[in-house]
Design a protein around this ligand. Sequence first.
Ligand code: ZN
Length: 493
Amino acid sequence: MGQVRLLGALRESKGRDWSDSFDGQEKDVQGVAARHRGTLVEIARDRDVSGREVHLFKRPALGPWLKKPDLYDGIAVQKIDRLTRRPVDIYLFFEWCKEHGKFLVSADGVDTRTRAGKAHAELLAMVGGWEWEAIQERNRDSRARAREAGRWHGGTVPYGYRITGGKGNWRLVPDTVPLFSTVADRRTWSPVDVLHWMIEMFLFGENGTGGWSYLRIAAWLDLHVPTSTGRGQWNHRTVKNMLRSRANLLGEDSHGNSRAKPLITMGLFQQVQREMDARARTIKPPRANANPLADVIWCPECTKKFHYLPQPDYADGTEHLGRYHCNTLNCPVKTIAAKELWEVLDAYMRLMASGVERHLLEVVPGVDYTPEINDLKVRISRLRRQDEDGDWEDDREGYRRRLGELRGKLRELEVEPVVPQSEQWTPTGETYGRFWESAALLGKGAELRRIGVKLWVDPRKPKGIGSGRINVEAPSGWLRWGLLEKPKRGNGS
Ligand SMILES: [Zn+2]
């Protein structure tokens, strides 16, 4: 058998000076030819040709040769991706080979002349199909990449940003263009100014006189500031959403990718979130007929919570405290008057805790950038993966800039110390005796829930101490804390 004639096909992508140089490819292609005892009739060199964007059959150097299949028997490449990165071109190429009786050999083991080689090629074609999905996946990633690079792919423009640029290169930038002015202080305001003002008022208020409520901020905005759509009104919910929004304040998209310059620092953002959390924890005014002993009264028979049945006041105006009732089907435990429960609770607190100082457990918020650090690491490795897949081959500069940015941020956050959230008992300066005298029923109930008091109630048992009718269970960290670890002396106890 005579020597086979091979056409070498090299491809170098744009702006690359490593890993896919012509030198390396040519050496490998010559190796392939030697291994298959072939001669290279020609080496087609396509420089600055993206394997993704340029059709295989339209490649400046290789394209014309594919139109003259009589001049060679097969094609030799270093790796199949040097032929093309377009899966559809792989299919078309194999079809072309079949039609013209040509074959493909590569330095990484492809040889479509043998059965095994054909299977390998078919596998590659299958992989090509799979690759097709992977590439589409990558296209979605590349939209993410475009966002990361600050390009804009449509959608709602978050307040505080505006769109700039042109077709194919839209960007989100902080909107510092004056939008309106306030008459009294003759100040001009851009949307960015509005956001900064909101944060300042929310955290500190005017001249540090105490943070404003969402409602108050919304009311001010409604008087002075046009909404982003020009329609509708500012309300407390809008304000809340904006203060929570990473899109508005940090320039992120919904996947947490940065797509624009942040308007505030991460530290300030976290401070805002902590303040919002703290405000959410404060006790809301109870609704009418709220159960003062919710989560406190339990059924010993079926271990479920008792149901609260508010009752209308007596005819003479005396308040009816309501009834409690086990609602479980077929549970023999039935109804008890709330009045009886309160008598027991009052007696219990008087006996056990009147001299104990009331303490509140407070959460001291910490600082922890671990989620942000992990997020940055994920983004860095994703960026590297995209680069290995060749997604950045036409934008080396952009790749290096992006990587540098992410690494810089990572270094910045990695040196921040982690301060864990902690809890501390803060004395209120008030004894339980005094508290119990002055608190309303709802306040007393809230306190019992807080310190974990439970009442196991079985109205079938006779009234009286020790009958098992009402058992008080108090996992009394609060009590022990007051009595043992920090004894209160004197004080009439
Ligand atoms: Zn029950």
